[in-house]
Each structure stands twice: as C-alpha cells, then as structure tokens.
Design a protein around this ligand. Structure first.
Ligand code: FMN
Length: 327
C-alpha cells in the first residue's frame, strides 16, 4: 500500500499538522467540514505513564474527522510505555501512529521527550523501533532539524529510518530556533537525498505559491500545513485547484459552517466566557491572512459580550463585511 498517494492531477498528499492548543478536536472537526486535506494528526498525546492509556478510553480515531483519517501522535521517552500506548491506539482504529521528535517545550524536553530525542539518536531509534514492532499500523516520525544545532541531523534521520518507520515529516528548524528564523527548506531537500523512505515537507507554507516552491525545491513526497491552515482554512482546496487547473472560490457559507462546527464542538466543554475567548482565538488567526478582516480585528477581539449569541450577532456580520479573499 502506498502511504502517501498522490491526489488527482498530481496534487501532493496533504496533511493537516498537529497543533497542540490551537489544532484541537474542535478545530480538526471544523477543518474537516471544509475538507481538502487527506489526513489530520492529533496534537501530541503525552505518554509519561500508563495512566494516560486509560484516558484514551472514549477516543475512536475512525470517527472524529471522518471520512478524513486522523492519525495519532505520541510523545514520550520510555520505549516500553510508548509500545504499550501504540497497541492501545491501534485498538482505537487510528490509521497511523506518529512519534513526536519536535516539541520544543522545556516541560517536555526536560523529561527527555519531544525534541530532546534529537540529542540521542540511539534512544530515538529504540523508541521508534519498539513502536514499529508493537503494532501492524504504519508508524512515522515527525522531527525538527536538531536540538541546539544540526550536528546530529543525518544520524537522527538514519536512526528514524532504520527503526522501520514508514515515512518521516521534517519541520526544518532546531528546537533552539523555536519559530524564529524561516524554516530551512534546504534541509528537506537534504533529507530527501539521504533517506529511502518518503519525506513530508513542513514549515512556513502560507499560500499556494509556498507549497509549489517547497515541492519544486525539495522534491518532498507530501506536504504538511499547520498555521497556514488556521489562517486560511481553504489552503488545501486552493492547492488542489492549482493542480487541477480549475478556479476555486472560497464561499462565505463554508466559513459560517466552519464556525458553527467549531461552536458546537466547544459547547459541551466550557463555560460561555471560555467559549467566546476560544472563538476569538480562532478568529484572530483568520484575520492574519486578510487585510480587510484585519481592519475589523480590534472591534471583534476587544468586544466584551458575555453571552455567545450576542457575540456572534456582533462578530459574524463584521466578519462577513470584511470577507474578501486574498488568495
Ligand atoms: C500552536 C502550535 C502547536 C503545535 N503542536 C504540535 C504538536 O502537538 N505536535 C507536533 O508534532 N508539532 C506541533 N506543532 C508544530 C507544527 O505541527 C508544525 O510542525 C509547525 O508549526 C511548522 O509548520 P507550519 O509553518 O505549517 O505551521 C505545533 C505548532 C504550533 C504553532
């Protein structure tokens, strides 16, 4: 089975990136209502102890973003626990399991997980291999280009490949770089030249032209997009439209549905004030991509409504008024 099959007309396989805090279940479901991507990935699921395995009791990966598959991402540093969790995830019908080797958070790296694994290719190898051996699902790795620098870049790539993983996603910034400098796409090209397994390119794709440039410059096998999709939820459709040589006009109705799905998902989870703030967070990303919306940003983000209906009655017409797509 090809894991990263091309879409019609040579469109690359498109993955919605894992984004802890922003790209949660509510966002993934809202994005699934717009569609255009081939696969989504959960934010990292910490595996510090098997207590977390029990917390997965109600999760079914086959349901959440259906019909778009949702892969599970695990983060931890204990090979046995990671294998145990991988087995549990397989029971929950996820299509693949990804090992996080990129999270820069010090609370994470302090425990030896996330990007800390990039300081120890042997441990990275051991964890990925124990996951690969524990399940029949494809196991993959998502990594940054290094911890402090890229000295171990090649070792880490090979350690991952030799563990038997199916593909590797590269976000080419080091842990120390955080999100500061631009993603170094040359490293994606380098990974392609070193590895036999497919490489998914990730980092700083904000518009169709960026996607085309990354494909052309790196020869990567598929694309993963994170912040670009929060700013512009239609980016995947726009990339497809480019390859299919058809016009694509994002519809206001799709944005309304996007917010509706988002609301309905958060409704059960939080108090009204929390819901409004979460809504504002999502809207604040949307503003970044559109000059007209940006002009209305402050009015929406500083509004003091405390009930959801009043907030929506105020914010949605403003959004609609400013809605003009720049792509
Ligand atoms: C708010 C936020 C949360 C993130 N959470 C995760 C995560 O849980 N797992 C992970 O592998 N990467 C995570 N990332 C990194 C993204 O998946 C991606 O690699 C990075 O943002 C670069 O891609 P982009 O420029 O398309 O956003 C996160 C990024 C952001 C901005």
């Amino acid at each position: 089975m090809t894991l990263l099959p091309k879409n019609p007309c040579g469109t690359p396989y498109l993955i919605l990136a894992p984004m802890e805090g922003v790209g949660d279940r509510c966002f993934r479901k809202a994005m699934a209502s717009i569609g255009g991507f081939n696969e989504a990935v959960t934010e990292f699921i910490r595996v510090p102890s098997n207590a977390h395995i029990k917390s997965l009791a109600k999760v079914y990966f086959a349901d959440e973003t259906a019909p778009i598959p949702l892969a599970a991402q695990l983060m931890g540093s204990d090979a046995d626990l990671m294998a145990e969790m991988a087995i549990e995830i397989e029971r929950k019908r996820a299509p693949r399991i990804d090992l996080n080797c990129g999270c820069p958070s010090n609370t994470v790296t302090g425990k030896g997980a996330g990007s800390s694994l990039l300081r120890d290719p042997e441990l990275l190898h051991q964890i990925a291999k124990s996951m690969v051996q524990a399940v029949s699902l494809p196991v993959t790795v998502k990594m940054r280009s290094g911890f402090e620098d890229t000295t171990l870049f090649k070792e880490n790539l090979l350690a991952a490949q030799e563990s038997g993983i199916s593909f590797l996603t590269l976000h080419p910034r080091t842990k120390v770089e955080g999100y500061g400098p631009p993603a170094n796409w040359d490293l994606i090209a380098e990974a392609k030249s070193i590895l036999k397994i497919p490489v998914v390119g990730n980092g700083d794709i904000l518009k169709v032209e960026d996607a085309l440039k990354m494909l052309q410059n790196t020869k990567c096998d598929a694309l993963m997009i994170g912040r670009g999709a929060v700013i512009n939820p239609f980016i995947f459709h726009q990339i497809r439209a480019h390859f299919q040589k058809v016009p694509y006009q994002p519809q206001w109705e799709s944005i309304v549905r996007y917010f509706e799905v988002y609301f309905s998902e958060i409704s059960a989870e939080m108090p009204t004030r929390g819901k409004i703030n979460k809504m504002k967070q999502l809207m604040s990303f949307l503003f970044k991509g559109n000059a007209e919306l940006l002009k209305r940003r402050d009015a929406i983000l500083t509004s003091a409504y405390t009930d959801l209906d009043s907030f929506l009655n105020f914010a949605m017409p403003l959004l609609q008024e400013g809605w003009s797509f720049s792509n």
